[in-house]
Design a protein around this ligand. Structure first.
Ligand code: NI
Length: 198
């Protein structure tokens, strides 16, 4: 099995799990993160197959999406090994993805982990990041914004997290992409408040 076939099998597996997600962690999030991870890996001389595969599966087992992390990871491991992916590749893919999920606020040890983290963070900012923020907030019963109780609102999430991500990218390739998306969010927030207060 060549790497394209392996990626196609992973994509189908991910589609079956995430196609109906409405929290901003849908199949298209995984697809964009996989695309970005592959592009960044080429610029950063990392292993593109490991980066892309890890990006596809990076949210599998996330405790806010899965009731049982261990079961999700065990099923995933069995699937990878049954899809022509070697034991060594499987270990590296799981390691890169685990680096991202267990080190949300920290720097992963591996270059592949750093790249998948960057790709995931890029999808949290810019126009798509804005859409995902409100989708996630709505699915968790959060207000869009409140001038009296800003904690836990979707708009507050920009200040608590999203506007900080540009400064936390691991690779130069991601920093360049992040700058444009960051400016767009700042413009968006200016416009949001100019309309909200009327
Ligand atoms: Ni993600």
């Amino acid at each position: 099995m060549n790497n394209d076939d392996k990626i196609a099998a992973i994509r189908d597996y991910v589609f079956a799990i995430f196609s109906s997600d409405a929290t901003g962690h849908d199949f298209h999030h995984m697809s964009r993160v996989a695309d970005a991870a592959r592009t960044i890996s080429e610029a950063e001389n990392a292993n593109p197959f490991i980066c892309e595969a890890a990006a596809w599966i990076h949210d599998i087992g996330d405790e806010k999406l899965f009731a049982d992390r261990t079961e999700a990871i065990n099923d995933l491991t069995a699937f990878l090994l049954s899809s022509g992916i070697t034991r060594d590749e499987t270990r590296k893919i799981l390691q890169a993805a685990e680096d991202v999920s267990f080190r949300k606020g920290n720097v992963p040890d591996t270059l592949e982990g750093k790249i998948v983290q960057d790709a995931d963070r890029l999808d949290a900012i810019g126009a798509v990041g804005i859409a995902r923020t409100f989708a996630y907030g709505g699915s968790n019963g959060q207000l869009i914004w409140s001038s009296t109780e800003s904690d836990g609102t979707s708009i507050q999430h920009f200040y608590d997290k999203l506007l900080l991500l540009k400064g936390r990218m691991n690779t130069n390739s991601a920093i360049r992409i992040a700058e444009k998306r960051h400016r767009f969010m700042e413009m968006y927030l200016d416009q949001f408040f100019s309309e909200w207060c009327r």
